[in-house]
Every structure is written in structure tokens, then in C-alpha cells.
Design a protein around this ligand. Structure first.
Ligand SMILES: Cc1ncc(COP(=O)(O)O)c(C=O)c1O
Length: 366
């Protein structure tokens, strides 16, 4: 008979040594302690946990939101309405829906959530007159005391956002007339230079433009509140300008952060456990294909490997290897943890108390 206890765990971080023997693979493996340590490192780098508004898109897990609230996080950023609902259900009292859509069904859902959670502050983004009109239509012009709208600014990413220009003040005036203007939002996700000084310089240029705009807003009696930044820039936004900073992917970190942002001291805390199912003289085949590790990065980079990743299909990945045996289990560190977490409705979590537990997450629910 095949002796399961003889299957070796390879290329695993030390915290995974106690992983249960019998697990169906591929399996998403998370360290709660790692997330909390990463939170502390992130809070230190941005001037305090009260300034941190973590984006939840990385993990999409209510249990992580609850844990971060226990650690002092007061506000969360989201991209989808399911994330908004998840964050509010987890007990958060401040959520920003950072997605300036005009989709009326989504807007109505977020309005219903704001109604259902009157003790929570709910904020959403607009970046156009059409956005203002969509919210005006959905609310019928009525004010919700716990809802406000922020103006999304395009800092050069070219994805969403109104220009950082005085003309954009008109949108703020319109929202103020509706009684719901809450301030400004900037995401500078196009800045990922490896050199910190280069990132600093590029953020400083945006800071100059945003400062001019928010000063002009303030001079008219409009809010200058600002939410800014992602994992590569959150530590560069001045305390005097950005009330909140909103990096997200630090929660699990990744092979990419490990390489590119070592100074932030984040520890990779989410892996995919895979099993070697076949091998030949120079390669091993593992059960972690593109349905187990997201294929949104080039093949060679999808996870950290000490050799070539030869090919990946839906349920298989073939890697250059000479030391693994059929049945060995391997912990793969994804290059992009966010899109990999999305593939799993639950995670096997090493709790801070040291036990293993299956915990739910949104996975691919929108
Ligand atoms: C609007 C917005 N804010 C914040 C973040 C988090 O940034 P990061 O992934 O760099 O941590 C993202 C990530 O995509 C985002 O789209």
C-alpha cells in the first residue's frame, strides 16, 4: 500500500512544517501570523495603523478583515460589491468602494448595503459627470447620511480617474450640491520602479499636482480629504496630504514583493500546495496548473522555482527538476497572490494559535 506519511514536504517555509498529511491538492495555504506581521510592518512604514486602508482584493476573506479590525485597522478599500458586502458583514465601520462604475445595478446594491449598515461609513468613487448623474438617479437626489462620493483622479496610470486639473473641481462642486462630496482618491499603480528614490521622485511629482488641486478645493470650502497609494508607493505619500494610504497586496506578499520590495520586510504568507504526480529524468509534473496558480504572469514567473517552468496546462505544471519523487508535496510561492487567491473558495489556514483550519473566502464571487 502507498504510505502517505512518507510523502515529503518540499520547498516549504518553516511555519508549514506541521501541515496535515492528508490534504487534497492543489490547496491554498495561508499563515495568519504572517498576515499580522505584514500588517505591523506596513503600519510602521506609513505612520500608523489608523492611516492604513487596506485593499481587500488580495485575499477577499472576511476572516482577514475581522482579524485586521482586531489589530486596529478602521477602514477598508474594495473593488467589487461582493467585497463591500463582505467587509461590512465582517463588522468594518468604514469602507470605500474604489470602482467608479456607472452600472446602476451595482450602485443600487451598494446603496442597499449603506442603508443596511447605517453605523458604517460607505464611500464610493466617481470620475465623470456621467458618474455623478448615475448616483443622482439611483439616489433620486436623496441624501444618505452615511454615504459620500469621492472623486477618483488619474495620476498617470490611464485606467480610471478624472484629470488632476482645476476643471475637475466642477465635479466636486456638483457632488457638494448633492450634499455628498467626501474628498479625493488617487491610485498610482503604474509606479513600480525597483529603485526607491525613483519611486519617491515620481510620487513627489503627483503630490505636487494633487496638492495644488486640493488646496484650490479647500479655498472653495470643498473637502481636501485624500486616499492615495498602493504597495509600491504608500510609504511615500506625505502625512500632511494623504489621510489614508491603501496598499493591498502586502497581506499575502508574494514572490514579486520578495524580489522587488525587500526593504518593507513583508513575509510571503500564501502558497499553493501541490503534489508531484509524475516525473521523468529531468522534469517533474505537479497538480497545480493554470486553475490552481493564476496564469496572468509570463510562464517563467508564475511561481518561484529553482529551474525552468517548462509548461502549464489547466491541471498540470511541468518543471525542470531532479530531486522530487512522485507523491512529494511542494509549496509553490505565486508571483501574483491576489489572482491566485481568487481561484479558491477556501484556504487552509495556520491560525495564530498554531492549529490548521479551513476558512472561507470569496474566491471568484464578484
Ligand atoms: C484602486 C486601487 N487601490 C489600491 C490597490 C492596492 O494596491 P497594491 O496591489 O499595489 O497593493 C489597488 C490594486 O489593484 C487598486 O486598484
Amino acid at each position: 500500500m502507498f504510505d502517505l506519511s512518507s510523502t515529503a514536504l518540499k520547498r516549504a517555509p518553516s511555519w508549514a512544517a506541521s501541515l496535515p498529511e492528508e490534504l487534497q491538492t492543489p490547496c491554498f495555504i495561508v499563515s495568519e501570523r504572517g498576515i499580522v506581521d505584514n500588517l505591523h510592518a506596513t503600519a510602521r512604514a506609513c505612520g500608523g495603523v489608523e492611516r492604513l486602508m487596506p485593499h481587500v482584493k488580495t485575499h477577499r476573506a472576511g476572516w482577514i478583515v475581522k482579524r485586521l479590525i482586531r489589530e486596529g485597522v478602521t477602514a477598508f478599500k474594495t473593488a467589487t460589491v461582493a467585497e463591500v458586502a463582505m467587509v461590512l458583514e465582517a463588522g468594518a465601520k468604514h469602507v470605500v468602494w474604489a470602482y467608479p462604475t456607472v452600472n446602476p445595478a451595482h450602485i443600487r446594491t451598494v446603496l442597499a448595503l449603506a442603508h443596511a449598515h447605517p453605523d458604517a461609513r460607505v464611500e464610493a468613487l466617481v470620475d465623470s459627470a456621467a458618474g455623478v448623474a448615475a448616483w443622482r438617479l439611483a439616489t433620486n437626489g436623496a441624501q444618505l447620511p452615511n454615504l459620500s462620493l469621492l472623486i477618483d483622479l488619474d495620476a498617470g496610470m490611464g485606467r480610471t480617474g478624472a484629470p488632476i486639473a482645476t476643471a475637475t473641481l466642477q465635479l466636486a462642486r456638483e457632488l457638494a450640491t448633492l450634499g455628498c462630496f467626501g474628498g479625493w482618491h488617487v491610485y498610482d499603480g503604474h509606479i513600480h520602479d525597483l529603485d526607491h528614490a525613483t519611486r519617491r521622485k515620481r510620487v513627489a511629482a503627483i503630490v505636487g499636482e494633487v496638492t495644488a488641486l486640493t488646496r484650490a478645493a479647500e479655498a472653495e470650502g470643498l473637502s481636501r480629504r485624500l486616499i492615495a497609494g498602493g504597495s509600491y508607493t504608500f510609504d511615500l505619500w506625505p502625512l500632511t496630504l494623504a489621510d489614508f494610504v491603501s496598499p493591498g497586496s502586502w497581506a499575502y506578499s508574494s514572490a514579486q514583493h520578495d524580489l522587488e520590495l525587500p526593504a518593507l520586510g513583508w513575509t510571503p504568507s500564501a502558497y499553493v500546495l501541490a503534489t508531484v504526480i509524475s516525473r521523468n529524468s529531468t522534469t517533474a509534473t505537479l497538480d497545480a496548473g493554470s486553475k490552481a496558480i493564476s496564469p496572468d504572469k509570463p510562464l517563467a514567473e508564475r511561481f518561484r522555482w529553482d529551474g525552468k517552468i517548462v509548461m502549464m496546462s489547466e491541471e498540470h505544471v511541468v518543471v525542470e527538476n531532479t530531486d522530487l519523487a512522485v507523491g512529494d508535496r511542494v509549496m509553490l510561492l505565486p508571483r501574483h497572490a491576489c489572482t491566485t487567491a481568487y481561484l479558491y473558495p477556501c484556504a487552509m489556514v495556520l491560525t495564530a494559535e498554531g492549529s490548521w483550519e479551513v476558512r472561507e473566502q470569496l474566491g471568484n464571487r464578484r
